[in-house]
Every structure is written in structure tokens, then in C-alpha cells.
Design a protein. Structure first.
Length: 139
């Protein structure tokens, strides 16, 4: 069995964004030379997420509005976490809802997706460098 590891770095200039990282993950899969196995894609920060869904702008806007309704950023005083001097308690909650990681099967050297599935990086407290881990195991 082979193993491959790579970190991708992001520095999103705004507070929140969704980035399609499917092509980045596919490039790592090609680099790995693994044809059968699994890919783990993991957000390495507690205010960011990795998830799988459709790459459709209306859905992304729906996510943004839904998450803001669940955990509004303002007023920042509503969260005890923000008493530490932070202003990102809402980002921690949004990450919890959207998830930390995804695992995708690799079959014949390709990501084994269902229809419309893509991998996304969700940023909920941007404006600083963050990273994701890609770990691929298989043969």
C-alpha cells in the first residue's frame, strides 16, 4: 500500500467563501500514482470546513444565508467565546455544521463521485493563511 500527503494553503481575503477544490484534489491524486484507495480531505483549522455538494451558485448563496441564520456573526457579544477577544464564535459553529473532512473512494485512478458531486473548502473566518490536508492511501 502507498501513502501520499500534501497540504494546500489558502488565504481568503473576505470573512466567508466557498471554493471548489475538486481540481486541486484530482491533481494530488494524479501526483500520488494511486489507482485504488481513498482520499481524505481535511480542514486543518477550526473555523473552516471541507464538504461535498453541487457547484451551483444559488445553492452556495442558500448555504451562506442558512448558516448566517443558524449562527449570525453579529452581534459578536452574543457569544461567550468572543469574550476572549475573538470575534469568530459564529465561524466555529458554522464549521461544526458543515463538517471537518470528506473521504472519497478512488477507483481506476479517479475520484469515485456520484452525479454533480464536487469537493469544497468552506471558509468562515478568513483574512489569514489556512491549510487543508490531503491524504491518499491505496495501491
Amino acid at each position: 500500500m502507498k501513502s501520499y500527503r500534501k497540504e494546500l494553503l489558502f488565504n481568503i481575503p473576505q470573512r466567508r467563501a466557498f471554493l471548489n477544490i475538486t481540481h486541486d484534489v484530482e491533481a494530488c491524486l494524479r501526483e500520488s500514482g494511486i489507482n485504488e484507495g481513498f482520499v481524505l480531505v481535511n480542514a486543518m483549522h477550526i473555523t473552516a470546513s471541507v464538504f461535498i455538494n453541487d457547484d451551483e451558485s444559488g445553492l452556495h448563496k442558500d448555504y451562506e444565508e442558512w448558516l448566517e441564520n443558524l449562527a449570525p456573526h453579529d452581534p459578536v457579544s452574543q457569544y461567550r467565546h468572543n469574550l476572549t477577544g475573538e470575534d469568530n464564535a459564529d465561524a466555529h459553529l458554522k464549521r461544526q455544521v458543515m463538517g471537518r473532512e470528506v473521504v472519497v473512494a478512488v477507483t481506476d485512478g479517479r475520484l469515485d463521485f456520484g452525479p454533480w458531486e464536487q469537493i469544497f473548502y468552506g471558509e468562515f473566518d478568513g483574512r489569514r493563511p489556512k491549510r487543508i490536508l490531503i491524504k491518499i492511501i491505496g495501491e
